[in-house]
Design a protein around this ligand. Sequence first.
Ligand code: THU
Length: 162
Amino acid sequence: MDQKNFVVSYQTFKSLNELSASDQELCLKAEEALKSSYSPYSNFKVGAALKLSNKQLVLGSNQENVAYPSGLCAERVALFTVGAAYPEAAVQAMAITAKSSNFVIQKPVTSCGACLQVMAEFEQKQKQEIEVLFYCIGGEIIKVKGIKNLLPFVFVEERLER
Ligand code: THU
């Protein structure tokens, strides 16, 4: 038996003003994206803002449906918008934030496994790591560079690629 360990790296910031101006701007854009969330079932709004290599900013928010599994997370709404509208651009950074009308969110909300898998494939496709900021409004920010730090056992199968 071999015991093996992953080391994951991330940074934490106490508040927005500890971030660079461009990271602050991206977090505020994620907050702006909350406005378009359609989340009548969970009352949990999620906003995502993506900064692209062509300087374009793309926003996304969670979109729910009465057939619950038909809804989609904010991160994937934003990432697939990039894939559809700016297929040549690379995603350099993304910020994610959340807000609930039922409870106070006291720490950054991190992305679900399905969104991490999609982020990982964007990295693979663009051959460039993504910086991810998980922003708690009025609180802490977690910053991660590279999805390997969030999903160490990512699913990859090169033989499925064309
Ligand atoms: N949600 C996201 O938008 N991103 C995630 O990474 C996890 C969850 C959304 C889906 C659903 O609309 C609501 O949050 C509650 O799960």
